[in-house]
Design a protein around this ligand. Structure first.
Ligand code: ARG
Length: 271
């Protein structure tokens, strides 16, 4: 059976890594003693942005705040569905200033339904929309009580998934949405119960090897046809091609030093 896949143009929010550096460590990938090349990070980021635009996507850009070196990871800035904006409230004090900065951007853009959340949540780092359902991560960053808050706010079913490996501290490091019905994920990143839930909901999902997960192969963005992911995730790239997707390898090695890649840099603006 062959599937015809089509790319749906998206509106994306990104944040230039102008103040990017690794000056603290809030996940196991971050080593402040190792040098980071901010110029190279800018170049790699700029290439990703142009790649999105060349394939028909619209990229909006928010200005990064000085002193917020992680503010390149726009996915963490909010969750936007049906024009409703659930603000992000960060777990670590190093990033707390980002939450209000993103919400101010949404307010300036004219978004009306904006919620400053009661509970900690790190935006699309832990909230991923699959069709009309939300998969929600917890275990390291997002408070599980936020999942109920998100369900009430969006009026969409939210499924809680618990992460167990600190290397995969956000859901979007362990699971990627490919289409309205398809995902890929790394089972080892989840509790046995969450693994069983994923098997139940997505019996045909692509399962990532730990090797591909470790190069952030699951930190991918899909427009329904093109799947943007780290170019070194060879197993996933082969499997995506076999299933009729068009995988596009991206080099974001400088950003990996902060524990982020393609999806982390990309927040989807759903109207
Ligand atoms: N250094 C950042 C942090 O630990 C990386 C965030 C990556 N973003 C993501 N959506 N997974 O918070």
């Amino acid at each position: 059976m062959s599937v015809t896949r089509t790319a749906v143009p998206r509106r994306l929010l990104m944040c230039r890594p102008a103040h990017y550096e690794v000056s603290y460590s809030i996940n196991p990938w971050m080593h402040p003693e190792k040098p980071v090349d901010t110029g190279l990070a800018m170049l790699q980021w700029e290439r990703l942005r142009r790649l999105y635009e060349s394939l028909g996507h619209t990229v909006e850009v928010i200005d990064p705040l000085p002193g917020q070196p992680d503010m390149v990871f726009a996915a963490n800035g909010a969750t936007v569905v049906d024009g409703k904006v659930l603000g992000a409230r960060f777990r670590h004090v190093e990033r707390t200033a980002e939450g209000p900065a993103y919400l101010a951007w949404f307010a300036r853009q004219g978004y009306r339904e904006i919620l400053w959340p009661e509970y900690i949540n790190e935006g699309e780092g832990d909230y991923l929309l699959v069709g009309r359902r939300i998969l929600a991560g917890t275990g390291f960053r997002t408070d599980p009580r936020s999942h109920q808050e998100a369900q009430e706010f969006f009026g969409l079913p939210v499924t809680s998934l618990t992460l167990v490996d600190p290397h995969y501290y956000h859901l979007d490091t362990a699971l990627a949405v490919l289409s309205d019905t398809e995902i890929m994920y790394c089972p080892a990143a989840f509790t046995p119960g969450s693994r069983a839930v994923l098997r139940e909901m997505f019996p045909d999902a692509i399962l990532a090897s730990e090797e591909d997960a470790a190069v952030f192969g699951l930190n991918a963005f899909s427009d329904g046809l093109n799947v943007f992911l780290p170019e070194v995730a060879e197993g996933l790239i082969a499997e995506l091609s076999a299933r009729g997707f068009n995988p596009i390898g991206v080099d974001l090695t400088e950003l990996l030093k902060a524990g982020g890649s393609v999806k982390c840099c990309t927040l989807e603006l759903r109207s």
